[in-house]
Design a protein around this ligand. Structure first.
Ligand SMILES: [Fe+2]
Length: 179
C-alpha cells in the first residue's frame, strides 16, 4: 500500500479504516478468483468509504438507531469521496472513481445512492464486485453498532438479494469463491 493511501486511511476512524482494508483484501482475492484482478480495483476498494471523513464522527460511530437525517447524511459519503479524490492524482482513474462513486448502487436500481440511472450490467463491474464484498464484510465483522453474523448466514442473505441488490452472476461466483 503506498504511503499516500495509508495516510488517507489513517484519517478515518479505526472501524472504517479496518473495514476498508478488509474489503480491499476481499476484493483482491475475489477478483483474482474471477481472473480480473487489478491494482486499481484494490486502491478503489481501500478508498471506497473515504468520503466518511466529511461526516461527523458521532454519526459514523453512533451505536443507537440513526435518525432519517443522519441516514441521509451518511448516504452522501460516495459523493464526498469523489470530492476527496478530485484533489488527488487518482481523479482521472475510472476504476478507482467507480469504486467510490458507485459502491452503493443496487443491481436493480432500487434504493441506490447516490441517485443514478445505472442499473444491471450498466453498473461498472468493479462497483458490482465491491458492493458484494462491502456487504459481506459489513455483516461478518464487528463495526461497533451491528449484529455480527456468520459467513454462512451472510452468504444466505447475499443470495436472497441475488438479482435485486446484487449482480446474480457475481453472487454465484462469490458463493463458489467462498466455498
Ligand atoms: Fe460505503
Amino acid at each position: 500500500m503506498c504511503i499516500y493511501i495509508f495516510s488517507c486511511l489513517e484519517k478515518l476512524d479505526s472501524i472504517t479504516k479496518k473495514h476498508s482494508i478488509n474489503v480491499a483484501n476481499l476484493v483482491k482475492k475475489f477478483s483474482s478468483f474471477l481472473e480480473i484482478s487489478s491494482n486499481d480495483m484494490y486502491i478503489g476498494a481501500l478508498l471506497h468509504d473515504i468520503g466518511k471523513l466529511y461526516i461527523p464522527q458521532n454519526i459514523i460511530l453512533k451505536k443507537s438507531k440513526l435518525t432519517k437525517e443522519e441516514i441521509d447524511m451518511i448516504k452522501l459519503h460516495p459523493e464526498y469521496g469523489m470530492k476527496f479524490i478530485e484533489n488527488t492524482s487518482y481523479k482521472d482513474n475510472e476504476i478507482i472513481c467507480n469504486c467510490i462513486r458507485y459502491h452503493h448502487l443496487k443491481y436493480n436500481g432500487e434504493n441506490s445512492y447516490p441517485e443514478s440511472s445505472l442499473i444491471y450490467n450498466d453498473i461498472p463491474l468493479e462497483s458490482r464486485i465491491i458492493s458484494i464484498c462491502d456487504s459481506f464484510d459489513a455483516m461478518t465483522q464487528n463495526r461497533g453498532y451491528n449484529k455480527v453474523i456468520s459467513a454462512k448466514e451472510a452468504v444466505k442473505r447475499i443470495n436472497l438479494e441475488k438479482g435485486k441488490q446484487f449482480d446474480p452472476v457475481l453472487v454465484d461466483e462469490f458463493v463458489k469463491f467462498l466455498s
